[in-house]
Every structure is written in C-alpha cells, then in structure tokens.
Design a protein around this ligand. Structure first.
Ligand code: FAD
Length: 378
C-alpha cells in the first residue's frame, strides 16, 4: 500500500541516508532534504559494530566496509596510569560469534559509503527545514529558502537538535552533561611507537581516552579524550591547545603521552544529553536516530541505533499489509523503544567493556530477524 506514497526524509546523516537507501531498495519513493550545501566527508572516528553490519549488508556495503575499515583484534580496557589490562574483549571472532565484523573507520568515509547507495538526484541539499504543516492527506515542508515540498509521510532524521522532534510534542532542550571531549587525528607517520592495541580505552577516575586506527591501512590514528568541564557556553565545539590537552591528562601512561604529544589541530566537543521521549510519531511524522533518542557516545552505538531503526521501520512498512500509517509507526516505535532505553542507560553510565561482560545483547541483535510485536496504532 505504501509503494504509491511519497516519503520525505529530513536530514541526510547516517540514519537518514540508511533509511533512504533501504526505502529505494524496497521500491518506495523518497526525497531527502538536507540542510548542508553538499556532502562533505566530515568527522573523526566511528565504530561499526556487528549489529550495524548486519543491516548494512542488505545495501551491499559489507565487502567495501571490510576492505576500508580497521578490524581491531580486541577492545582493550586499561588502567589510565599503570596500563594494567582491566578487560580485553577479542574482536577477531565477531563474524563467527555475532555474524558481522567490528570495524573502526573514518566517519566521513563510512557516511559517504552509505550516501553512495542512495540513487542520484534523491538528496536535495541546501534545504534546511523551518516549518512543517500536517493536513489530513499530506504534509507540507517549508525550508529556510522559502521553498516548499509536499509528501505523504515524513521521516525525521534531523539529528540531536531535531526540528521535527518538536512536532511530536516534545519541548525539552539539550542539557550539557558536564563532560567534553578533545578529539584529534594523528597521521601514523607522526606516531613515535606502535600503539599498544589497535583499539584501547584508557580509564581514569573521572576521565578517559579511547583511541584507534581509522582505516585498514593504519595511516591515521584517532583519539577522543573525555574530561569534566563544569560549564559550556553555546552548543558547538571550540578549538583547543596541546597544552590544555596535556594538562588534562597528566600522569596518564607513557603510551598515551606518546600519541597525545604528537597530536595537532585539537578541538574540544561538549557532550549534551536529551531525555528520552516516548512519542516517536505524530500523525504523518515519525522520528529516527538522534532525533528521537540521542545518547552519550560512550557505547559507540548512537549511529548504530539509527541504522537499526531504519531496518525495523522498513520491516514495519513491508509487512504493513492493509495496516495504516498509524499502525506502522506504532509498531516501529514499540519494537525499538525497549532496546533503545537499555542502550541509552548503559551509554550514560560509561562503563561499557570496562570490566568483563558479555556484549552479545548488543552485537548479536539482528534488526532483520528480531521478532516484530504486532501492535495497533491509536
Ligand atoms: P545526524 O548524524 O546528526 O544527522 C542529522 C542530519 O540532519 C545532518 O546531516 C544535519 O545536517 C541534518 N539536519 C539537521 N537539522 C536539519 C534541518 N532543520 N533541515 C534539514 N536537515 C537538517 N555513534 C556510533 O554508532 N558509533 C560511534 O563510534 C560514535 N561515536 C561518537 C563520538 C562522539 C564524540 C559523538 C558526539 C557521537 C558519536 N556517535 C557514535 C553518535 C552518532 O554520531 C550519532 O548518534 C549519529 O550521528 C546519529 O545519526 P542521525 O542520522 O540520527 O543524526
């Protein structure tokens, strides 16, 4: 029934691009509206965990990602000062254990690979959504440039500061978490020695560093260094100095000092939180990814959850039969919210893989096969 409908996706981040590619693969009609002027392969590092890989496999992305991304042998947690191993989770067996590899990769390369799976002409850039009006039979989107577009249904994938989140009756505002993270990419030729492990999290009392390679070629090494910062003005990042970074991580293990000291072009990013919302849909609008469930990055699952959302929403559409949009969106939300709640809570705790634990509940999840509970829309 929905094959005749026109879908609009607002936001072409990792979630919006995955959703668009999956819709097109299944034969739906979709246009994506993105505020940026063009696709730029921006960002630093990101983890692709096996649960994301299982979704992306359906877009034919698995060989390309395996060829590009770095496959760490383990996720190793170490004490900040002595370097003592607190826990080391082997990752070279994830294809056998969880049906998908665990990769670290440059975020822009990853995002670009997904965007390339969207048919040319689908993404309209320079379209910043300003307002939306819902009518009984359609939705009208108004953009900053005063143009408008119509659609039958709208998928809000417009991220942390989502405009569409307000349309599903949420008036909350982002809250600064009290933490910020230095981020920097170090060209491998600047490293004084081979890092101890390919992917390591160094755990201090109130601060941490996570570091890994960004590609199979191991030509760039990345770290994010989280530190308490009492207050933050505004909501965007700022440039930082090497001195600030080094003083924040004084006393950390020599292996850490060796890559901090050769790093350049530092930025400091505030980490914000937003409460979970129960309403993910309203009339003809449904939310996906950070628009509905932003979370702290400590489990590296924010983008992965947006990818899983897209797979479950497609399944709800494909299996709709004679069900209406309200039923589709109610099923989608119902089937995602418990898992998202659990992941969001664990992310806030910032204890993921610090000590021995079984990650199967995260990595083994298969968004294509997880049982779909059939609920009926209001
Ligand atoms: P976004 O990626 O934010 O995309 C939203 C898109 O909507 C953007 O392209 C934006 O330009 C566009 N947009 C916004 N407003 C409008 C508008 N009004 N009109 C039109 N377009 C609009 N997640 C992981 O899975 N693994 C990791 O390793 C990881 N590491 C992280 C590290 C850090 C330091 C941080 C801060 C986050 C990390 N995350 C990670 C989380 C991840 O980045 C987000 O959860 C993910 O980007 C959410 O994807 P999204 O598509 O929902 O939103």
């Amino acid at each position: 029934m929905f094959k005749e409908s026109v879908f609009a996706i607002v936001g072409c981040g990792i979630g919006g691009a995955t959703m668009a590619a999956l819709l097109q693969k299944q034969g739906y009609r979709v246009t994506v509206y993105e505020q940026a002027a063009a696709f730029i392969p921006a960002g630093t590092g990101i983890h692709i965990t096996p649960n994301a890989m299982k979704v992306l496999r359906h877009l034919g992305l698995e060989p390309e990602l395996n060829e590009t991304g770095f496959a760490p042998a383990s996720f190793t947690s170490r004490a900040w000062d002595t370097g003592e191993v607190l826990f080391s989770l082997p990752l070279n067996n994830t294809p056998a254990l969880y049906d998908g590899s665990y990769l670290t990769i440059h975020r822009g390369a990853f995002h670009g690979a997904i965007v390339n799976k969207v048919q040319p002409g689908t993404i309209q850039y320079n379209k910043r959504l300003k307002d939306i009006t819902q009518y009984p039979d359609q939705v009208v989107l108004t953009f900053d440039d005063a143009t408008t577009a119509c659609a039958d249904f709208v998928i809000g994938a417009d991220g942390f500061h989502s405009v569409l989140r307000r349309c599903v009756a949420d008036q909350s505002v982002p809250v600064y978490s009290g933490y910020a993270a230095f981020r920097a990419i170090v060209p491998a030729h600047r490293l004084r020695s081979e890092p101890l492990d390919g992917l390591t999290k160094w755990w201090g009392h109130d601060r941490f560093i996570i570091s890994y390679f960004l590609s199979k070629r191991k030509d760039h090494f990345y770290f994010a260094a989280g530190i308490p910062v009492d207050q933050w003005k505004g909501n965007s990042h700022r440039e930082a100095t090497l001195e600030e970074l080094l003083s924040g991580f004084e006393g950390f293990h020599p292996a850490v000092q060796s890559f901090l000291q050769v790093s350049e072009q530092h930025t400091l990013w505030p980490l914000f939180e937003r409460p979970a919302i129960n309403n993910w849909y309203h009339e003809r609008i449904v939310l996906l990814g950070d628009a509905s469930h932003p979370m702290l990055p400590h489990m590296a699952q924010g983008a992965v959850m947006a990818i899983e959302d897209a797979a479950v929403l497609i399944r709800c559409l494909d299996s709709a039969g004679n069900a209406d949009w309200q039923t589709v969106t109610a099923r989608y939300a119902h089937n995602r919210q418990e898992r998202i709640k659990r992941i969001k809570e664990h992310s806030s705790e910032n204890t993921w893989l610090k000590t021995p634990m079984d990650p199967a509940w995260v990595f083994a999840y298969d968004a294509w096969k997880a049982p779909l509970v059939q609920v009926t829309g209001a």
